[in-house]
Design a protein around this ligand. Structure first.
Ligand code: GRF
Length: 191
């Protein structure tokens, strides 16, 4: 199963995928890693791991439609079976998702449909819930919407800050992303 991973930042979830592949624990081929802006650590660490990288800089395009078209073309060049949004902080067009037959996987640091959007951890804390978590789902063109594949709960503890809570969620999120990709890969080539 070939995947292209899209990142906007640090890419620690991506690193978990790279580590699992390198350890022989995850049978996927990371065909490429792409970002929506230059200078991400996610792209740097992929290049260091010998993975092809590309940037489709959102700010370099006249409008969202042009950027979406360029992103679609850049990802299509690698012919992925699944595209993974791993901390990719952009909404893509329905045309992008159609181009990959809906195989657009997203991870989110909250228990969807609660707390979608860019601040899922902060919003859960602000609401005062006692349990939040993370979600891996097939993404549609909405904001963190689409069929849920896997979820796991994480308790909010007294004294948590957004950073401490997000770091605990990400420990679970990395494991859930790797195991979900493993299940998808097994279903993709059932030997
Ligand atoms: C993850 O929690 C992801 O769900 C959210 O941003 C974080 C990205 O972390 N959208 P990283 O770049 O993988 O370290």
């Amino acid at each position: 199963m070939r995947i292209v991973v899209l990142v906007s930042g640090t890419g620690s979830n991506l690193q978990a995928v790279i580590d699992a592949v390198q350890a022989g624990e995850l049978d996927v081929e990371i065909a490429a890693v792409g970002a929506d802006r230059p200078g991400t650590f996610g792209v740097d660490r992929s290049a260091a791991a010998g993975i092809p990288t590309f940037v489709v800089d959102f700010k370099a395009y006249a409008d969202r439609a042009e950027w979406n078209a360029a992103l679609t073309e850049a990802v299509q060049a690698y012919q992925p079976d699944v595209v993974v949004s791993s901390g990719f902080m952009r909404i893509v067009s329905p045309e992008f998702i159609d181009a990959f037959d809906g195989k657009y996987l997203n991870t989110h640091p909250a228990l969807l449909p609660s707390f979608p959007g860019a601040h899922g951890v902060r919003d859960a804390m602000a609401y005062g819930v006692k349990v939040t978590g993370c979600t891996v789902h097939w993404a549609d063109a909405g904001v963190d919407t689409g069929p849920i594949i896997a979820q796991e709960a994480v308790a909010i503890e007294d004294g948590d800050t957004e950073e401490t809570l997000h770091e605990r969620i990400k420990v679970v999120e990395r494991r859930l992303l790797v195991s979900t990709l493993g299940s998808l890969a097994a279903a993709h080539s059932p030997n």
